[in-house]
Design a protein around this ligand. Structure first.
Ligand code: BTN
Length: 319
């Protein structure tokens, strides 16, 4: 018996005590086994009140990352229904890639409490200490190749929406998908294709959110910030993960239905540096011009002295 069968039972009777006898009968296990599972759940951070005569009552679910809690919270069709959480991984993107090759499904999620070789865009390192949300989602979208490249734009809007809903924070997006608060980076997205795009049609969306730790741990306090520092309290990582997955599923579904215009205007409404003089770095090249927005194909539009330039990769530097 999984301890989560007991949880299902306790959750279905909110605020009520359920006797050990009833649990053991209903789940067809011994009283000793019930007690053992309850002990394990308490160790996982579930606040379960035990009363010798009345039985057990679930008072509170844990704040620390817990797969079962996220699966219960998430209101989606498919995202987050298959989800695993590891204490430590090299990189959740690497793990999700393995899972995808072994048949992982659309919307399957892998989370790590910390990563020891987290990866960022442009082959950069991504510091991933305990307290952050380091999560990758397997996406097997019903999209053409051209539309699939818009998935990371969709992910940035999804995260911004989730953060705004949960903490009323207005977060900006720096093209293509750096999330900034007051000019400091609080989250990043790494989209990676598995196998050959045309044939396999699988993408791993890696999402990193600086949540419950101090930015000193990142060694770059000037350019990064964490939600805990901004808000002055620790956020509920289970709720954050579940809410992001809900918005992400909505955005991906809208893209599949060819509804890019809404996404494009939502993305632009949050864009940092829009209408301003910026520099775009593409490899060794540097382009200067006015950031005009993103095109119908999801490229960055830059108005330069030589005319309009379009970028599908690179990086923006604000003044
Ligand atoms: C960036 O802004 O450079 C993208 C950062 C993406 C980091 C996340 S954390 C979860 C997933 N696993 C990784 O190794 N990277 C992504």
């Amino acid at each position: 018996m999984a301890s989560h069968d007991i949880l299902q039972l306790l959750v279905s009777l909110p605020g009520e005590f359920v006797s050990g006898e009833r649990i053991s009968q209903q789940l067809n296990v011994t009283r000793a086994s019930v007690w053992k599972q309850i002990k394990q759940l308490k160790e996982e951070g579930f606040d379960i009140e035990a009363h010798t005569k009345k039985g057990y009552c679930l008072r509170k679910t844990p704040n620390s990352l817990n797969a079962w809690v996220i699966e219960q919270m998430v209101e989606t069709k498919s995202f987050g229904h298959v989800l695993s959480i590891e204490d430590k991984l090299k990189s959740t993107n690497a793990k999700a890639r393995e899972l995808a090759r072994e048949g992982g499904i659309h919307g399957q999620v892998v989370i790590a409490k910390s990563q020891y070789a987290g990866r960022g865009r442009m082959q950069r390192e991504w510091q991933s200490p305990l307290g952050g949300l380091w999560m990758s989602v397997i996406i097997r979208p019903n999209l053409t190749l051209a539309n699939a490249s818009k998935l990371t734009l969709a992910a940035s809007v999804a995260i911004v929406d989730a953060i705004e809903e949960l903490y009323q924070l207005r977060v900006g997006i720096k093209w293509p998908n750096d999330l900034l608060y007051n000019g400091q980076k609080i989250a990043g997205i790494l989209g990676e294709v598995v196998g050959e795009w045309n044939r396999v049609q699988t993408l791993i969306l890696g999402i990193g959110i600086n949540a419950n730790f101090s930015s000193e741990k990142l060694g770059s306090i000037l350019t990064a910030a964490t939600l805990k520092e901004i808000l002055g309290y620790e956020v509920d990582l289970n709720r954050l993960a579940a809410t992001i997955l809900e918005y992400l599923e909505k955005q991906v579904t809208a893209l599949e239905e060819n509804l890019f215009e809404d996404l494009r205007s939502n993305w632009m409404a949050r864009a940092v540096g829009l209408g301003e003089e910026v520099r775009v770095l593409r490899g060794e090249e540097v382009f200067r011009g006015v950031f005009k927005g993103i095109s119908q194909d999801g490229e960055l539009l830059l108005s330069t002295e030589q005319g309009e330039e379009r970028f599908s990769a690179g990086e923006v530097r604000l003044r």
